[in-house]
Structures are given as structure tokens and as C-alpha cells.
Design a protein around this ligand. Structure first.
Ligand SMILES: *Cc1c(COP(=O)(O)O)cnc(C)c1O
Length: 430
């Protein structure tokens, strides 16, 4: 098949030849970057495969269990596989963990007792955690249970403020939470090496402090995970990177046996812990999703790098910038106007395999002071390892976009977003 046929196929999806050609020129400059991403995926594929082989995963592990789920060998083996992949003593990987926020809530509330203090040395946590912690008042928050919260903000350039962190670690500081990805913030995301330095520093101030990393969006982006550099717990969602797009629900907590056992007691009940929790037939999706996760994550990363490299030369500010290294799969593109945000999201939506025919419109969302626009046409509701984009409709009019189960789908969505901007006269090819 020649280039013309490929271009014609993209044409049928609504991408004009000039847009395709611009994309092709951008891609020519990304060969080295893509090779690096592929090398990381290859390493992580070997890591996952090794864990599955060592734990002798077999077809018997895919059987569904119901009720209490006693003696669920598929579930227990999957947890050993996760523990090996993240190089931890133990893991809790369950469909009963409903989302990332739930996994983080379990990890925090299991390991903090009344009178303890939680510290974030990296500024404000992800939006949904504000009510969990009690930064915004909520029933059942940690604050309501007598757990206090302290925060050390980052330096203006996004680096760790070590003197402030040292001052914030006190006698009651029991657990330190580090968010790897910037999420929907404007700070940089942290590399595993940076997280390692921060952990070493915190332990030098208080050797017995427990350290948890919110690992959402970061899994398999680098060869190492935060648990390789000293975290007691790493926590995330299965409808992001580690579910590989196949897990329809779930969360994970990998860490020390002591921390994970407490999490299991919190999730089910004291005394029951990991012994209960039927797998409900989800084991094939969990195993196969984890097996595919390194490649799926690589596709999403290529999409993020491609988007920044495509938009930056057109005058749109990108965070991270095109040339910057990646520590998660999120790409922010500052579009500068509400009309441009709508056009961008319309392009992403029209590229979706599901609900391609709908037009995203901004709507009010709890916790946001401006209407939020979202583009998502996913097989799994709300899955953000699938191609998706969203952002609040207010200055600087930035969309956060992430995912793509395959690189080709991410490429199509990004080119279509640009096509919509070009069609509306909101961008011009160089
Ligand atoms: C997505 C995310 C969460 C919360 O996950 P949900 O599944 O949406 O509840 C927490 N922290 C970070 C950094 C995230 O990206």
C-alpha cells in the first residue's frame, strides 16, 4: 500500500491532505522519541511477562467466582503478579475498588488513625481528594475522623521546597502522599527519580514515616515505578494505564505487606481482609489488560508527544512542551478561546469508535467554577486510557487530553482536532 492510499483512508475520516502532510512532517522529526517510548514498552512488557510466568498464570485463573469468593486462586495470583510487577511484598487488586479516588481513600484511611497527620509535600492534591482529606468539608472525611492535613507547596519553578517540607514533617506526621502526575494542575509531573529523591529526603527527616504515591496515569511510562525507589504504597485506577483498556472497573494498591493488609481490612472488614471478594468473571480482562498495558501506554505517550509537536509550532502553548521528557500520559494544549476548545473536542469526539456522531457541549460539573467540556467515546465509561479530552471553559482555555488504545487512533483523533480548528479558521498550517 502506498502513501496515497493511506492518505485517502484518512481523507475518508475527514482529514484533508494538507493536514495529513503536516502531520507526516511532524512525525518525521519524532522517530527518535518514538524509539525511546518503544524501548520502555519493551522493557515493561518483559517485566509483566516475567511476573506472569513466575506466578504460573494458567487458564484456571480466569474462572469466575461469586459470593464470598473464598479460595479465589485467580484473584490471589493476579495480586501476586501485580506485586511482582511493582516489586512490592503485597498487592490488593480488586473490582470492589470502584475508581482511583476509592483506591486512594482506602489506602489513606487504612493507614491513618485519629491524631495522625497526613502531609502532601507537592502542593494541593487531585480535586477529588479534597473532600476525602477534608480540605473541603465532607461527611466521612479524614478530618472528621480526627486526621489532620498539612501541605508544603512546590517552589514557583515546580521543584520541591525542601526547607518547607522539613518544617512540615512533625511528630504527628504519619503518612506522606506524593502525587506523581500533575493531573489537571499546571505544575510539572514528577519522574520516578525525582520521587525517589523526595522519598529519601523525607526518610532522612523521619525514618519511620509511611510514604504513598498516587500513581494514576504514570504506570509503565518509565522502566521504574515509585515502589522501586522506596514508596510504601503505590495506588492507581484500572481504567487508566494498568488496565490496558480492557479492565471495566477496578483499582490497585501495591506495597508493603503491613500497609496492604491494613488496606484489605479497610476495604472489606477487619479479620476478613483479602480472603473475601469475588472476582465476578473479571479475571480475563484484568490479566489481559495488564499484559497489554505497556503497549497501550506507549501508544498514549506517542499521542501526547505528537500532539505537542503538532500544536506547538502553530503557536499553542503545550504542557509538557514538545521536547520535554514524559512522566505521565496527560498533554495540556492551551487553545486561547472557548471556540477553539469546542473545535478541538469536536475533533477528538468525531474520531471516537463509540458516540462519534455526538457534539460535545460544555456543562456544569461539581467542584468546578466554570462549565467543563469533555470529549469521550469510550468502550468503558469514563476510561481515560481511551482517547479523551476535557477542560474548564475559562482562561487560558486549555484542554487536557490523554489516552488512545492504539497509537493510530490517537494520531487520528489529534489530526481531526487540528482539522476542526483549521476548518473554523482558528489555526493555520505553517
Ligand atoms: C484520575 C486520578 C485520580 C482519581 O481517579 P478516579 O478514577 O477518577 O477517581 C487521582 N489522582 C490522579 C493524579 C488522577 O489522575
Amino acid at each position: 500500500m502506498d502513501e496515497q492510499e493511506l492518505k485517502a483512508a484518512y481523507g475518508r475520516l475527514g482529514i484533508a491532505p494538507a493536514t495529513y502532510d503536516y502531520g507526516a512532517r511532524v512525525l518525521d522529526g519524532l522517530r527518535g522519541r518514538f524509539a525511546d517510548i518503544d524501548r520502555t514498552a519493551e522493557y515493561n512488557q518483559a517485566k509483566v511477562l516475567d511476573a506472569m510466568r513466575r506466578n504460573r498464570v494458567s487458564a484456571a485463573h480466569f474462572a469466575a467466582t461469586t459470593g464470598y469468593g473464598y479460595n479465589d486462586d485467580g484473584r490471589d495470583t493476579l495480586e501476586r503478579v501485580y506485586a511482582d510487577v511493582f516489586r512490592t511484598e503485597a498487592a490488593l487488586v480488586r473490582p470492589q475498588i470502584t475508581c482511583g479516588t476509592h483506591a486512594l481513600t482506602v489506602a489513606l484511611s487504612a493507614n491513618l488513625l485519629p491524631g495522625d497527620e497526613l502531609l502532601s509535600p507537592v502542593g494541593a492534591p487531585y480535586d477529588t481528594l479534597e473532600e476525602v482529606i477534608g480540605i473541603r468539608d465532607s461527611r466521612c472525611s479524614l478530618k472528621e475522623y480526627g486526621v489532620s492535613y498539612a501541605q508544603a507547596n512546590l517552589n514557583p519553578d515546580g521543584t520541591f521546597n525542601y526547607p518547607a517540607i522539613r518544617a512540615a514533617i512533625g511528630e504527628r506526621t504519619k503518612l506522606i502522599t506524593i502525587q506523581r502526575s500533575k493531573g489537571y494542575d499546571t505544575r510539572p509531573s514528577f519522574s520516578v527519580a525525582q520521587i525517589g529523591e523526595l522519598i529519601t529526603f523525607c526518610r532522612s527527616v523521619k525514618p519511620d514515616v509511611k510514604i504513598m504515591v498516587d500513581n494514576c496515569y504514570g504506570e509503565f511510562v518509565e522502566p521504574l515505578e515509585p515502589s522501586d525507589v522506596g514508596a510504601d504504597m503505590v495506588v492507581g485506577s484500572l481504567i487508566k494505564n494498568p488496565g490496558g483498556g480492557l479492565a471495566p472497573i477496578g483499582g490497585y494498591i501495591c506495597g508493603t505487606a503491613e500497609c496492604v493488609e491494613r488496606c484489605a481490612y479497610r476495604l472489606s472488614a477487619p479479620g476478613l481482609g483479602q480472603e473475601v471478594g469475588a472476582n465476578l468473571g473479571l479475571m480475563p480482562a484484568f490479566y489481559q489488560g495488564l499484559f497489554l498495558a505497556p503497549t497501550v501506554t506507549a501508544g498514549a505517550l506517542k499521542g501526547a508527544v505528537f500532539a505537542a509537536s503538532l500544536y506547538e509550532p502553530l503557536g499553542f502553548r503545550c504542557v509538557p512542551a514538545a521536547a520535554e521528557p514524559r512522566h505521565d500520559i496527560i498533554q495540556a494544549v492551551t487553545l486561547g478561546s472557548a471556540a477553539a476548545m469546542s473545535a478541538f473536542c469536536a475533533g477528538i469526539q468525531s474520531a471516537a469508535p463509540v458516540d462519534s456522531y455526538v457534539t460535545p457541549v460544555p456543562g456544569d460539573m461539581p467542584g468546578y467554577d466554570a462549565p467543563v467540556i469533555m470529549a469521550a467515546g469510550a468502550f468503558v465509561q469514563g476510561s481515560s486510557i481511551e482517547l479523551s479530552a476535557d477542560g474548564p471553559m475559562r482562561p487560558p482555555y486549555a484542554v487536557y487530553f490523554q489516552g488512545g488504545l492504539t497509537w493510530y487512533h490517537a494520531k487520528t483523533g489529534i489530526l481531526l482536532s487540528l482539522q476542526k480548528l483549521l476548518d473554523a479558521g482558528l489555526a493555520q498550517l505553517p
